[in-house]
Design a protein around this ligand. Sequence first.
Ligand SMILES: NC(=O)c1ccc[n+]([C@@H]2O[C@H](COP(=O)([O-])OP(=O)(O)OC[C@H]3O[C@@H](n4cnc5c(N)ncnc54)[C@H](O)[C@@H]3O)[C@@H](O)[C@H]2O)c1
Length: 383
Amino acid sequence: MERVCNVALIGQQFMGRAHSNAYLKVAKFFDVPLTPVLHTVAARDQEGVERFAQRWGWQQATTRWREIADNDAINLVDVCTPNDVHAEQSIAMLEAGKHVACEKPLADTLEHARAMKAAAAKAKGKTFVWFNYRRCPAVALAYQLVREGRIGRLYHVRASYLQSWGGPDTPLVWRFEKKRAGSGAHGDLNAHIIDLARFLTGDQITEVTGGIAETFIKERVKPGSKSGERGRSDVDDCVVFLARFKQGAVASFEATRLATGHQNANYIELNGSAGALRWNFEDMNLLWFYDNQEDARTAGWRRIMCTSGGHHPYADAWWPDAHIIGYEHGFVNMTADILRVLGGQQPLLPLPDFADAYETQRVLEAALLAAKHRSAVKMSEVK
Ligand SMILES: NC(=O)c1ccc[n+]([C@@H]2O[C@H](COP(=O)([O-])OP(=O)(O)OC[C@H]3O[C@@H](n4cnc5c(N)ncnc54)[C@H](O)[C@@H]3O)[C@@H](O)[C@H]2O)c1
């Protein structure tokens, strides 16, 4: 008999679409031990959530997300809401015995993140956090190459996540409100590259040695306001910080929504004694590898198209070599691993849970403290 996983989704816009697509596609492309069923979707606007349910094939739609906790049929709850409600919703679902997959950053504040970690530690259900970029095949290959010693001793991590949509004409959506988002580009974008750096290196940050958090645009038009009423944009537009890893590497991180000329340049580079790796999401199928063992006459950056079934992670599930994949496939790949874990199997690569994402949240906090106090912050000071 087919084993199923009844899923409930909270939030139905950007991530709601990306995740719905993943649940619809995953069992078509992967042999997963459980087939997801799109059971219930919850969001705030009745008409919108009903339309969404119909379009994407969710069986039920509601504006009362708490009903999901009482529904014994639901196995996995997927939290795709603004950051300030991640804790309340995830904890309620964990207490009801559900598995929870929550969007990143884990929470708006470190305090909320800590409560989520504690709830996860007590819960029967498993937790996952949607750091989806881990599951781009090129990133997954980088993870494997690092573990095979192909870059040797690590000296540098250089990570930046550059976007440009946050100019003065962008309205005051929740992402610019501290009480809803917690932080701006920092929690949104630095969260991803801190996770990538921790994931790829397998190492932990021990100190943030300095940081700058800047809000360039302090007021924005309220969404939907005909009279042009303005409100305070009180999150960072950019955060830049420097850090040290336990095993000695030094790192730089930069996240901004005002990097004119860049749309979604999620970039990471590792430089080691034996080689180097670099990846940019805007060319997500490519991994660049520099083999420092090569003959100096022919050494150079190697462009690896990470689409070869049988060789590259997740590539088997998709298309013939160099028939490239895109943004949404990272979510499908991650959903396959979540279903493997829930079905009692191993994921292809480690999945971030609440405890893991809490460590990323601590680094976010340390960077903000370093910027605020203009001083170094040891991670041991950030609990
Ligand atoms: N993994 C990624 O790459 C990625 C990309 C974008 C966003 N995100 C994260 O996903 C989350 C959602 O972001 P988004 O871009 O989808 O936002 P969005 O604004 O597009 O959608 C938010 C949804 O949440 C619903 N919602 C808001 N408050 C609610 C509440 N109290 N109860 C129930 N529903 C509520 C809204 O109705 C809407 O459907 C955020 O945490 C964000 O950081 C992650």
